[in-house]
Design a protein around this ligand. Structure first.
Ligand code: 4AD
Ligand code: MG
Length: 430
């Protein structure tokens, strides 16, 4: 009977056949231990010389790292095994012997591993990280579907920019200019006026010349947008969503968290409400901490974000940034035009901004003024203004960067391991 490691507990005492790759091998005389991976998990195959035919014994000896094979045997429960089970091998059929697999058990440099990303994905650590990513994706759909949100897919090829023009990826759209989407937000605002609560989940592109541990050129963003929702309610949804994500990973990914050595006690502490500080308070705090470089009006850089977040065990909202430091669509704080109803959510342990969100301008006259200030004269912005003309309502939304969330929840040094094939400033291979 065909089986996979993930469902091996249903086959105790039975003879099964697993399609697998050899991860590692040990042998001592008349016994060979095969560490097998089948994509769903790891299991040890025990080959006893006396229990298999000669051909299978010889084939087991031939197996090299990452050779592919069908292995048949009886499933036994084994409390000491990492998977809890072991396979007593009865026969082996080689599919292909892998010659000189480049990634061995010795230490490799990061650039070497990145050049072999197509193979590196097979390692137990990368496997665990990308499974946690998958759990976050599943949990995202569950959270928004369970809370009455409709998924709406904004376009990827666009004629306008949502987050400023400096880091747009330009392309030709027949004889017009077009850009790869930086954010679906403007379209999600249109969708919120049609469906009330909506979310998108798709790729975003930023031609940012940033070479940091937190920046990708292509990343995945979840962008909810809610009609009849103010700044305060927006933050509440973010707290609930982030808490839901963390709990789901803790519930379903204990093995993966263990494989990557994550200290889960830090994740156990995540529960709403999250602390908040205003931008004004944050600037004062940073000055007290000896940051002389920060002036009221500046956006924060990584060191500033880290210094703020270090004071909390849980994510912290920094609210009400200066109007001039943020995007054109954010609603000013009533009575204080110089700051806006927005928040960045900073993850603990120095992972920086994982969410950016705000209440949007719903007043037609103010939006017209912003169009002038920001020179949004291009006809590609015409439709967005019309959203303020036909039944405008208070509305808010936010964007969570999936890879930033994976990096934080997994406790990774660098964002490059959070996505199967990272697009970085100097890398589009493989
Ligand atoms: O703060 P950002 O630029 O906000 C927006 O795009 C809004 N339009 C979202 C909205 O309100 N609908 O980006 C949102 C999040 C950031 O907090 C960060 O997590 C992630 O997207 N992000 C990046 N992740 C990886 N690499 C990059 N270069 C990123 N830029 C932003
Ligand atoms: Mg931001």
């Amino acid at each position: 009977m065909k089986a996979t490691v993930s469902e091996i507990n249903q086959h105790v005492g039975e003879e099964v056949t697993i399609g697998a790759w050899l991860a590692n091998k040990r042998s001592s005389g008349k016994i060979q231990f095969l560490e097998l991976r089948d994509g769903t998990g790891y299991i040890q195959g025990v080959v006893l010389k006396n229990a298999v035919d000669d051909k299978s014994w010889e084939e087991a000896k031939e197996l090299t790292q990452e050779s592919s094979l069908y292995v048949s045997g009886t499933v036994r429960e084994d409390k000491r095994a990492p998977s809890g089970f072991e396979l007593t091998v009865s026969s082996i059929e080689i599919i292909q012997i892998a010659q000189d697999y480049p990634i061995t058990n010795k230490e490799h440099g990061v650039e070497f591993l990145m050049d072999h990303r197509h193979l590196w994905l097979r390692s137990s650590r990368q496997h665990a990280i990308l499974r946690i990513r998958n759990e976050l994706i599943k949990a995202t759909y569950d959270f928004f579907n369970n809370n009455g949100f409709i998924k709406v897919d904004p376009p990827i090829l666009t004629g306008s920019s949502a987050e400023g023009t400096t880091d747009l990826f330009h392309t030709k759209y027949f004889n017009q200019d077009a850009y790869l989407s930086q954010s679906g937000q403007l379209y999600m605002e249109a969708a919120a006026m049609a469906f009330r609560n909506v979310f998108s989940f798709g790729p975003a592109f930023r031609a940012e010349k940033s070479k940091t541990r937190r920046h990708l050129i292509e990343f995945w963003m979840i962008e909810p947008e809610m009609a009849f929702c103010d700044h305060e309610q927006n933050l509440k949804i973010q707290e609930d969503y982030i808490t839901f994500l963390v709990r789901r990973v803790l519930k379903n990914c204990q093995n993966e968290l263990k494989t990557i050595g994550r200290d889960t006690s830090k994740l156990e502490k995540i529960k709403p409400p999250f602390p908040r500080i205003t931008y004004d308070q944050a600037v004062d705090f940073l000055k007290q901490q000896g940051f002389d470089d920060i002036e009221w009006g500046d956006d924060f850089g990584s060191p500033h974000e880290t210094a703020i977040a270090e004071h909390f065990d849980v994510p912290v909202f920094v609210t009400e940034y200066p109007t001039k430091a943020k995007a054109f669509y954010m609603k000013p704080v009533p009575g204080r035009e110089e700051v806006v109803l927005c928040a960045d959510l900073l993850a603990p342990e120095g992972y920086g901004e994982i969410i950016g969100g705000s209440q949007r301008i719903d007043d037609l006259e103010l939006m017209k003024k912003r169009y002038q200030q920001y020179h949004l004269t291009d006809p590609s912005y015409k439709w967005y203004l019309e959203l303020r003309q036909y039944g405008s309502v208070p509305h808010s939304g936010f964007g969570l960067g999936l890879e930033r969330a994976v990096a934080w929840i997994c406790g990774l040094d660098h964002i490059r391991e959070t996505i199967p094939f990272p697009r970085l400033l100097n890398r589009i291979y493989p």
